[in-house]
Design a protein around this ligand. Structure first.
Ligand code: HAM
Length: 430
């Protein structure tokens, strides 16, 4: 006896009822990317571990959640936990920075892997749609990137979302702020969790992200990063906000928003759902600017900005907000078989399909009544009936279901007959 195999923890099967809806959403996303001038990039699902694990990285994603392995003693590989690092690696590897037209505008969709504790909206294998705008630095681009994500959420019909935004400033601002945080937590750090003790040394900004200690008294009156911004960083942020105002995208400044990944500089944002069913995993898409990544991978000093959207979360919210997505397609044609007609139903169906009609055919011998039931269930518009006596004369019966009208035609007139019928139908609808 085989055991009862199930999907691994934190993963799920998407069955056709679901993939139908996913494809609708993916189409909408691809369309909007096209409108905004983003082109698709596909990078490997696994990369050299060092692509993700950069020196002294303090994020949970890198330190605790990566699926890292090595096969036959070769160099360590990691299943991608996110898309940005691989895209920037590719940007540098293929010297996209040498293009005449900057910035490079890239988007991706695909599976990401993080060893996290699974719950609703949080999986170990999940799908992100993400964009990266690399090669230029301007507050207008930061706002444009947010606008694309926001327009996707809006085009889907989700209404209960809000944009949270903050700035981490430049290196100088963050260094000053880290100093202030070390000072602030200096007496309480020994009471915090083991992770926070590591974060205190490595990158005190991460302390603000701790899920364990967020109720600790020392977390209450934390100094704000705003006070440590250099004038240039403050001016940059003000311009991002002004651009969002101009686009009429509402936002809230959240000065505790630091984001869970290490590469961010300047603008960071999270777009969260306020729908009660979104629960604790409410962030639909999130991202920010990164100044040092291109250089890290060996490219020139160039900045980038982007976000990633969790598609599972988007689908959960679409359901919660009762957005209508993809019903099962009805059939154009169902080919029935009466008597011993051999391969004729398959041949006719193949012809209809070649002409672009969504077609099924009857496979096993069944009564006419049973076959008409299938026509009904599949909501076929036309039934093609391959009968023994008609077949002998190279003929076939065609029944237009809605009109309850049946005709007999030569087999080689089938596609022309269907064309005429569906064209007339189309004109009637228009
Ligand atoms: P992130 O915040 O780690 O950012 O993930 C972005 C989004 O991916 C989250 O807001 C969430 O919707 C989804 N997500 C993350 N983890 C899971 C999970 N375990 N299960 C389901 N959904 C999840 C990034 O990944 C950055 N690469 C974003 C970025 C692009 N920054 C700049 N460019």
């Amino acid at each position: 006896m085989m055991e009862n195999y199930q999907t691994p923890r934190g993963t799920q099967d998407l069955l056709p009822e679901a993939t139908r809806k996913w494809q609708k959403v993916e189409d909408l996303i691809r369309n909007l990317c096209d409108v905004y001038g983003y082109e698709e990039i596909r990078t490997p699902v696994f990369e050299d571990t060092r692509v993700f694990k950069r020196e002294n990285d303090s994020s949970d994603m890198v330190n605790k959640e990566m699926y890292t392995f090595s096969v036959h003693g070769e160099d360590s590989l990691t299943l991608r936990p996110e898309g940005t690092a691989g895209v920037v690696r590719s940007f540098v590897q293929h010297k996209m920075y040498g293009r005449l037209e900057m910035p490079a505008k890239l988007y991706y969709m695909g599976e990401m892997f993080r060893y996290e504790r699974p719950q609703k909206g949080r999986y170990r294998q999940f799908n992100q749609f993400g964009i990266e705008n690399i090669g230029m630095k301007s507050p207008l681009i930061d706002a444009e990137v947010i606008a694309l994500g926001y327009s996707i959420v809006k085009a889907l019909g989700l209404s209960q979302v809000k944009v949270l935004i903050n700035t981490l400033g430049d290196d100088e601002s963050r260094a000053a702020y880290r100093g202030a945080l070390r000072e602030h937590f200096k007496d309480s750090v020994s009471e915090l969790c083991a992770d926070c003790q590591r974060r205190y040394e490595q990158n005190p900004l991460r302390l603000l992200d701790c899920k364990v200690d967020n109720e600790h008294p020392s977390m209450q009156n934390v100094p704000s990063l705003q006070q440590y911004l250099t004038p240039e960083s403050k001016a940059y942020f003000d311009q991002v906000l002004a651009a969002l105002d101009a686009l009429e995208i509402p936002y809230e400044i959240d000065d505790k928003l630091v984001r869970g990944l290490d590469y961010y500089t300047h603008t960071v944002f999270e777009v969260v759902s306020t729908h009660p069913e979104s629960g604790s995993q409410a962030t639909v898409f999130a991202g920010g600017r990164y100044d040092g990544l291109v250089e890290y991978f060996g490219g020139p000093e160039m900045s980038g900005v982007g976000f990633a959207m969790g598609l599972e979360r988007l689908m959960i919210l679409a359901e919660a907000e009762q957005v209508e997505l993809g019903e099962e397609d009805s059939l154009d044609v169902y080919v029935m078989a009466l008597g011993n007609v051999g391969t004729l139903p398959l041949a006719l169906a193949t012809e209809c399909r070649a002409a672009g009609y969504h077609t099924e055919f009857n496979i096993q011998p069944r009564s006419l009544k049973a076959q008409f039931k299938s026509v009904d269930r599949r909501k076929a518009r036309v039934a093609v009936i391959a009968g023994e006596s008609e077949a002998a004369n190279h003929q076939v019966n065609v029944k237009f279901i809605e009109q309850q009208r049946q005709i007999t035609i030569d087999q080689d007139e089938l596609v022309a007959t269907l064309d005429a019928y569906f064209q007339a139908e189309g004109e009637e609808e228009a």
